[in-house]
Write a protein that binds this ligand. Structure first.
Ligand SMILES: O=C(O)CCC(=O)C(=O)O
Length: 277
């Protein structure tokens, strides 16, 4: 993608921009290869094998337990994901994006989501990025590592809603914070239909939600956080609007912990599977 291709005007007005071919095929292939190597090896080591054509990674997720939790927690440290994040950081520098957005001390890091088929438990309802935004100058990239659409699972965005500023999130069900319909019902909605390796650069205040994975494959999505450490929030300052996001993150974390506790007791010990973020 050429430097001139970044449409800053669309980005400012809509709050997101699709960036085609952001990730080279070689990195996507390496990710797939390494997922296969680690999950097939882990199945062998645990003496378990998936039935039929179930992906070994999905089989491990279903097995759960501490082995899975450890493996899932380390996934975002895969070198290939860090390489992709670094390439994206370099791209944002070369396109003058970081300078134009006033990002002085860039933080760029990868997170990964793995959404199993037909699992609604961790789907995110319409929200702003309260859980990861810790700096006032911040952006995000959502990068499907496998094709994304209504069948394989994807993300829906509500164009222009980032201009509403930081919105209150309802916590009737604290596991799934969400905003009232009045904030998004009139906004144009766009469901991302993208091949693996395209990316969506978006503002963390843009309202968005998960679209469920109805396929029989794991949905892998890389999230690259881009934030400016020179604008870090002060979580204990009630005048800092981002302190709301820090508290909301704690509310959700505690609710999820409460949710998983009964299943530990029911199972008589081992930890439940770590859930996708
Ligand atoms: O891929 C998805 O399900 C949406 C991800 C999302 O909403 C998020 O990471 O904040």
């Amino acid at each position: 993608m050429a430097t001139s291709d970044l449409d800053f005007e669309a980005l400012q007005s809509r709050g997101f921009l699709v960036l085609p071919n952001l990730v080279p095929q070689a990195h996507l292939d390496r990710f797939e290869h390494e997922i296969a190597v680690l999950s097939e090896g882990e199945c062998r080591r645990l003496g378990t094998s998936p039935a039929g054509d179930v992906e070994p990674f999905i089989h491990l997720h279903r097995q759960g337990g501490e082995d899975w939790s450890l493996l899932y927690g380390l996934l975002e440290r895969m070198f290939v994901l860090n390489q992709i994040a670094t390439d994206i950081g370099r791209f944002l520098e070369e396109t003058e994006f970081l300078r134009r957005e006033g990002i002085e001390v860039p933080l760029v890091w990868p997170d990964i989501r793995a959404d199993p088929p037909h699992d609604s438990s961790r789907l995110l309802r319409i929200h702003q990025d309260f859980a990861s935004t810790r700096c006032h100058r911040a952006w995000r990239l959502w990068v499907p590592l496998r094709p994304a659409d209504e069948h394989y699972g994807t993300m829906r965005v509500f164009a222009g809603t980032h201009r509403l500023g930081l919105l209150p999130h309802r916590v009737d069900d604290p596991r799934y914070p969400t905003v009232d319909a009045e904030h998004w019902q009139d906004a144009p909605q766009e469901t991302m239909v993208l091949p693996a390796g395209h990316g969506v650069l978006f503002h963390p205040l843009l309202l968005h939600e998960s679209v469920p994975n109805r396929s029989n494959r794991m949905k892998f999505t890389l999230l690259v956080q881009v934030q400016d450490l020179a604008s870090v929030c002060h979580p204990h300052d009630p005048d800092d609007p981002l302190s709301e996001f820090v508290s909301l993150t704690a509310v959700r974390r505690d609710a999820r912990a409460r949710e998983s506790r009964p299943s530990i007791e029911a199972a008589g010990g081992p930890s439940p599977p770590a859930a996708p973020r």
